[in-house]
Design a protein around this ligand. Sequence first.
Ligand code: 4AZ
Length: 510
Amino acid sequence: RCSGEIFTRFKGLITSPNYPEHYAENSKCHYTIRIEQGFQIMLNFTSDFNIERDAFGQCTADVLKITSGQKEYGPFCGNRAPVIRDHLSNVVEIHFSTNGESEGTGWKIMYSSTAKQCPVEILEHNVLQPKNSDYDYKDSVRVRCESGYELYDNVRNQYIDSAMVHCQKDGTWNSSWYSCRPVDCGNPMALRNGKRNVTSTVYQFLNTYSCDEPYYKLEENAIFECAATADWVAVGTSDGTLPNCKPVCGRTAISDDTGRVFGGKPARLGYFPWQVRLRTYDGKVGGGALVSDGWILTAAHLFDGSRQTTVHGGIVNLQGLSPEKALPVEDAFLHPNYRPQADGSEPNFEHDVALVKLRARAKLGANLSPVCLPAAGETSPLRAGRLGYITGWGKTEVRDRPIFLQYAEVPVVGMDKCRGLDYRGKRPRFTDNMVCAGQPGTDSCQGDSGGPFVLRDLRHPSRHVVRGIVSFGPQQCGSYGVYTHVGRYLAWIVKTMREHGSWEDEETRA
Ligand code: 4AZ
């Protein structure tokens, strides 16, 4: 009489037979609660609970058991009401059996139900609309992704703006084919003379640029983050331009085996990596010094006959020079005040300085890298006695045209030493824009013109700075030579390089 009853309402009351009077002996009762799928049942025992225990206090005499899906509760007996906190499925079975002996007053269950709830997070990095503290069966919600992520439909293989999803009977969302994918910034821009270092190109990953050391050094900010906008954005600075790999100047591989050009000795590759050789269209040869990856500092007088010139760099040996190995030249800029014949027949080397612009930036390395320019304000006469290197393929004691680049160490001397020399009867002008250097037996000579006179940078002793340009001297070499005082022309050099310092297919930077 107590079996087979099925409860289908969303809430209700179930009691043992005769409750709250004593239940019958030798009975087997079975009740079922079965409500709509997608809902779950909660059971609540009232406190007046009384089921007979056996002689050992165990639940073998009269027994209450509850099952729901895979879950089993009980056996229950005694006089303390059990507590079941779980949400059970939409079907619950209640079994109550009694034996033949004395009995208790039984039990009373109030049951209720709620819709099955879906999780409040559907996808990682999702944004839900509406945003509720809980979602029930049959609830619908619009799914988007948070900033930096995009909603992807893995079935149709496409990005979509949003999707409507539903909380299903089983408490899950029908969202399994959607995901929030991080935006992809793609490969960051390549850096000239540098490298990208990126582990991933998606949202919030970093790219750190580095330069091809030791010939280039990083300037400015080098860390970029993949932003929500799918752009690489500079970290820590407001301006988003690419960093710059700046040529490192003044590096030399020379050891202390100094030679004593005229009185010099052959150089090895890398000793004077800034040294270049110029040959003008009318056959005049001379030297020059790379002062950046695109500019050569030289003497203006080399261009007296022709403005066209061929430049070779990164070499010490002139054998096997071919036009194909030349660094293509774009233009030559002479100092605007240079006048080779200022007053009639007397030679004039005042402002004997020129810049040659290469058609493309040179790739720097151990054999080709620039010398440093003087610092701003280094315009006073050089201190007599300071030693520097002169280099060139000019005339030596034994050969008019040596094959190997020659170098020698010479001191700066007072201008009186140069003034007193014989210039084949001519009287060139001497000014503060010139430096006199050399010593008996060691000198620059014909063919060295335009080449650099470099001094160690007193502040950075590993660096060499071009302080002079081989300009002129007596016909008879071997004593003293006159050099253009580079520090006096820094403003013109910097201005010229800046005004004409852009190359095609390079982005202009601020
Ligand atoms: C020249 O004719 C030349 N002794 C260069 C340097 C010196 C003399 C002549 C210095 O190119």
